[in-house]
Unconditional design. Sequence first.
Length: 266
Amino acid sequence: SSGINAEWPLRPGRTQVPFNKMLYNKILLLLIVAVVTGIKVLRFPYPTSTSNYVLLKPNFHPIQSQFTICSWIKSSKKINDDEDFWSYAVPGHDNMMILSNNYAALNGTRPVNFGNKFIPLIWYHRCYSWKSGGGVSYYINGVEVPVSSDKLTGAITPGGTLVLGQEQDSVGGGFVQGEDFAGDIANMNVFRSKLNFEDISKLYFKGRCWEVEGLLRAEVILSWEEITMATRYGHVELLEDSTCEIEDEADVILRFLERKKCLLVE
């Protein structure tokens, strides 16, 4: 046999390390788990209907003065400017908190406009963060983007109703055709503080199938697991998404190990 070095000569400064079968198997197992495990997805069908929504009664006492909401979202509408996918209402105030594709509103104040366009059927990671007196920040795929204003005043009143997929014009109802959402939502979590750029970037780069862990897990006050167990109405489906893609770097490592059965290190 000509051997590995004859086919893949080492560049100066590199050292060949014998193939470690145990390490190879561990990497292979991790990659298989990443693909097979997937994550649950809430699918809001298209064409839309005011009967399609998810309803929760969350405990929002911890986020009266600050919060961060992060989620992976994929729209099915060709024109998705006014899709309201998050609506939190309390008695006497149906617009306590609204999140849409192009604006956010809090406590009835003038909405903050984003002005971003989203390509249908493409996953985007979006984060909305706010702190009383500290303004609002908006992130798409781990990058902070400009907003029309960084001021959203007031406070979040606890004890309300959260609806996903529709905008409430009365607590738990009052839905209007055209203000609804069609598409997929995955890995939505609500955090008790206004997360910084580093934390939000980490959530994005870990991918939509990564479960929040470590110190960030302690910040979660409404988890994706809780949201998936909420009451679904109409034709909203809870699906298993096993299409999470392996990072390019990991795929390269796997192919290299399979072909050459060795590791090259600096």
